[in-house]
Design a protein around this ligand. Structure first.
Ligand code: PPE
Length: 306
C-alpha cells in the first residue's frame, strides 16, 4: 500500500507541505546510511488522540543519536511539542509517527562530522503492520538464514537506519519464500528478533524473551508487555533460547509499535500450539490495546494527549 499522504512534514523546525519535503541526493545519509529513527503510534481514544509512550521513544531517539555521536539541535521537549503540533496540523485521529535524525548535505566521504545533523518528523495513517488479519489469526514465519548483527559491529541498541539493511534481507527472504515475516538468530545461533519486532515465547504459562545481549532492539512494546505480565502474575524470563524451542512453544508472538502484539501461528511450517492466537497472547494483546486506547486507566503515564 502506498503511503497515505498527510498535509505537513516537520523539517528542522519548519512545517513543510508533504510533497515539498525533500533533501539533496548527495546528503550523507543517502550514501552511508547515517540515520537514526523512531516509530511511534498515536491512538484514537475516547478522550482524544493520544500518543503511546512518546517520552520513551524520544529518549531512545536521543540515545541512538548519542551512540552515533550526532548532536540533535533540539531538546527532547521541543521534539515532543513539535510532534504533538504536527499531529494536530495534520488532523489525524490515529497515526504512525516517524522521527528521523540524519546526516545531511555538505561533504561526502565516510567522515560524517562536516555534515549537519538534520531532523524530520512525519506522520501518516498506517493500518495493521503484518496484514489486516494478523492480530486475530496470527502470522506464518520462517527462521531467517540471515543472522542479526554481531555485538560490536552495528550497535543493536541504536535504532539506526543502517541496521535495517539487515532487516530488509530478513524480510525479503521471508516474503520471497511465502512467509509474512522472518525471525533472525543472533551471531551465536540463539533466537534474536524479527525484522521489525521483538519476540516472546510462552511455555507452561511462563514467558521467555531474548535478552539485549542477543542484539535485539530494546523494544518499548517489549517493555510494556513485561509490565503487563507483572499485572497478570505471569513470569517473564529474559534469557538466551535455542531455535528448536520456537517449534515446541505453546504460543509465540511479536511485539512492536507498528506490529503491536501479533501472534505467530507457524514457524518453518511447523504449527505452534493450536496454530492460532493462544489464550495468553490474547490476554496480553487485549490489555496492551486497552492501555493504548485509554480503555484502562493510564496508571503508568503511557499516554500523551494531543
Ligand atoms: N526490533 C526491531 C528490529 C524493530 O524494528 C522494532 C520496531 C522492534 C524490535 C520493536 O520496538 P518497539 O517499537 O520499540 O516496541 N520497528 C519499528 C519500525 C518498523 C518499520 O517497518 O519501519 C516499529 O514498530 O515502529
Amino acid at each position: 500500500m502506498p503511503l497515505k499522504k498527510a498535509r505537513y512534514i516537520w523539517m528542522d523546525g519548519k512545517y513543510v507541505k508533504w510533497d515539498n519535503a525533500k533533501i539533496h541526493v548527495l546528503s550523507h545519509v543517502i550514501h552511508y546510511g547515517s540515520s537514526v529513527f523512531e516509530g511511534i503510534r498515536a491512538y484514537n481514544t475516547k478522550k482524544g488522540t493520544a500518543v503511546f509512550r512518546l517520552q520513551e521513544h524520544i529518549e531512545r531517539l536521543f540515545n541512538s543519536a548519542k551512540i552515533y555521536r550526532m548532536r540533535i539541535p533540539f531538546s527532547q521537549k521541543e521534539i515532543i511539542q513539535a510532534i504533538l503540533k504536527l499531529i494536530k496540523k495534520n488532523g489525524h485521529k490515529a497515526c504512525y509517527i516517524r522521527p528521523v535524525v540524519y546526516r545531511g548535505y555538505s561533504q561526502l566521504g565516510v567522515n560524517p562530522f562536516p555534515c549537519p545533523v538534520n531532523i524530520t518528523l512525519a506522520t501518516w495513517e498506517w493500518g495493521k503492520y503484518l496484514g489486516p488479519e494478523a492480530l486475530e489469526r496470527g502470522v506464518d514465519v520462517m527462521v531467517s538464514s540471515w543472522s542479526r548483527m554481531a555485538p560490536n559491529t552495528f550497535p543493536a541498541m541504536a535504532k539506526a537506519g543502517a541496521n535495517y539493511m539487515n532487516s530488509q534481507l530478513i524480510k525479503m527472504e521471508a516474503l520471497t519464500y511465502g512467509f509474512t515475516e522472518g525471525i533472525a538468530l543472533d551471531v551465536n545461533g540463539f533466537v534474536s528478533e524479527g525484522s521489525g519486532e521483538n519476540l516472546f515465547l510462552v511455555k507452561d504459562e511462563k514467558l521467555i524473551t531474548p535478552p539485549l545481549g542477543s542484539t535485539i532492539l530494546p523494544g518499548i512494546t517489549r517493555d510494556s508487555v513485561i509490565t503487563i505480565c507483572k499485572e497478570f502474575g505471569l513470569e517473564v524470563i529474559e534469557n538466551l533460547f535455542l531455535r528448536e524451542f520456537l517449534y515446541i512453544a505453546d504460543e509465540l508472538f511479536f511485539t512492536g509499535s507498528a506490529a503491536e502484539v501479533t501472534p505467530i501461528r507457524s514457524v518453518d511450517k511447523i504449527k505452534i500450539g493450536k496454530g492460532k492466537r493462544g489464550p495468553i497472547t490474547k490476554k496480553i494483546q487485549k490489555r496492551y490495546l486497552n492501555y493504548a486506547n485509554a480503555e484502562k486507566e493510564d496508571i503508568y503515564n503511557w499516554l500523551t494527549y494531543v
